[in-house]
Design a protein around this ligand. Sequence first.
Ligand code: G1P
Length: 293
Amino acid sequence: MAISVRKAVLPVAGMGTRFLPASKAVPKVLLPVVDKPLIQYAVEEARAAGVEEFIFVTGRGEATIRDHFGHDEALAAYLAARGDNAALAATAGAVLAPGSDAFARQEEPLGLGHAVLCARDLVGDEPFAVLLPDELLFGDPPCLAELVGIHGRTGGSVVALAEVPQRETGRYGIVQVAAEGEDGALPLAGMVEKPDPARAPSRLALIGRYILQPGIFARLAAQTPGAGGEIQLTDAMAVMAREEQFHGVRFNGRRFDCGSPMGAIQATIACAMERPELRQELLSFLREVTPSP
Ligand code: G1P
């Protein structure tokens, strides 16, 4: 029987320094790509993978994230009175069913590993997903659904990977592959957070989608600060990879790093091009602003 993954942790406490001043009052993950906030893309990807409970690890801006996923009676009544069914459907699509969202608070920005550890009690003793909403991934199948499928076959923990240029290894967690795996599941021997290009064990980077065994929490609790002085999820996973089944899967879809303005701009253009009602006008505009050779 296929193993399902019921819970997802979405760390959203980041300070969003690369998006200031936009991220001063609005959490970065609520900034839109076309007309949908980043965090909603991640929730939809998780939902498509069978996730039923969404655990947001928040810092500043928790109330705004709650509001986004909650039902807004006044807005719904206003749109219904105007007969604006498209807008009604769009707002309803954002609402999470009562009881399917949960919030954990990260009081201090001590790193991604610490953020995941903050969700420990809400996750309990079962395998769970982690999605970093900054990484906007479009795949068929969607990335997390693919990981769930592999997890169903291999058990253990499973992470998504993408090849990055050697000079960029210092921006990512980079894995060490133990052997060529079967059916696309690469057994991993270890991983290291943000290595210098000269020391990187490969060019395969972690891209923000994980399925982790609950044993990760004990390893996280034992972690000392790593790269950047932060408690790193990658360091705890590296310990686990030495002791338990740990697989990586190459993601073959399209990936946008929306943690930076350039990634977000590219994602917005790419998504708008997929929308028939926006495509033509956008193309004309792009031609207009592109200098002729
Ligand atoms: C985080 C993780 C890193 C991963 C990256 C993907 O880093 O720590 O392992 O490769 O996300 O975007 P951050 O971008 O938060 O520095």
